[in-house]
Design a protein around this ligand. Sequence first.
Ligand code: PLI
Length: 459
Amino acid sequence: MDIKNYPAEPYRVKVVETVKMTTREQREKVIKEAGYNTFLINSEDVYIDLLTDSGTNAMSDRQWAGMMMGDEAYAGSKNFHHLEETVRDIFGFKHLVPTHQGRGAENLLSHIAIKEGQYVPGNMYFTTTRFHQEANGGIFVDIIRDEAHDASKEIAFKGDIDLKKLEKLIDEKGAENIAYVCLAVTVNLAGGQPVSMENMKAVRELTNKHGIKVFFDATRCVENAYFIKEQEKGYEDRSIKEIVREMFSYADGCTMSGKKDCIVNIGGFLCMNDDELFQKAKELVVVYEGMPSYGGMAGRDMEAMAIGLQESMDFSYIEHRVKQVRYLGEKLKEAGVPIVEPIGGHAVFLDARKFCPHLKQGEFPAQALAAELYLESGVRSMERGIVSAGRDIHTGENHKPKLETVRLTIPRRVYTYQHMDVVADAVIKLYEHKEKIKGLKFVYEPEQLRFFTARFEHI
Ligand code: PLI
């Protein structure tokens, strides 16, 4: 592999946090006590933490300086106005409703925009997003292109909506029975796959014809913009900011988990252009989050988010971010480890079906693999397969996603290429004796979003 293809970190280190290596004996005890669920391991017992890129980012000196400028007034904080101005400038939406994190925005949007029994088509599901849609009477319909469900299909813009599926849904159910289209940029559970600008534009044209609204899940939109610049014709010379602005010109609004592409540790927001919907969101935000001028965030958090969003528009930052993820993925691919392809924007996804062909999906291969990787190396990852998919709320049957994956998620500006080498070595070593990985069964299964707190034991 040619390291010259990978840019050095476009930052220098000012503060460090010591990480601790544990022994295999210690980890054996830890993983058993955690019920073989990596969510239940204490951070102190983890060497390299790739559980998630959510809220695990390293903030810049400018962001930390901004934290000291927090205006912690209960109402009308100046940091809210800074955030509002920044979001308007980058995304182009008229209204901003801050929330404590992404799911706060999903809760508000689902409340105000879904009527009982309406359909909510989306490009694959995300756990919390689908939960709020269904909890508010919506019926989620997956309209992502078929290839997204196939781990080994290496095609560009694998996150695109299949327009024929959307058209069919509109024809069959009627436009009035569709609450809105939820378009995620990028698609987390498909492997961090981007959506093309062409697809966004086409979805806008089709929904405009039928008077259907489109809300983007903006969570990893900057990564999506990078892929467009890199791979979509006509965008090579456009800035990341210009691309983001065009992307959101095809939406009526968005939900955002700021914990990802806003490069902060907490926060989120809901945006829209519609005045009436904004009025409703403002009435509801005070019930669930807080005043419309802070929505569950401290003034300092809003300031850090405004600055983080501006920093995320820097090409050097986002190029390094996406390429660092790619570096890990390419190393694994070279060693023959099965991963979801193409390599996405925020994580490398191990294909647990191929990694553990001796385990049936009902034996939770990805959950078992994530637990075993921790045991072997102290590297923490996350199951993104049948456990995360949960059960159908009507039938109680397990959803059985085609993608059964373990996600190695890279926090922003936190780890170096050498950390990626350590992770790659650990995964490759594990792959060499993969047949020893044992299946799991539930000993505790929560009713909602079970993956967070479920417990398992070996079969
Ligand atoms: O974790 P929240 O509530 O700030 O955001 C929820 C959320 C919404 N959409 C997408 C695409 C997500 O990835 C997302 C959260 N993701 C987490 C926590 C993750 O580990 O991927």
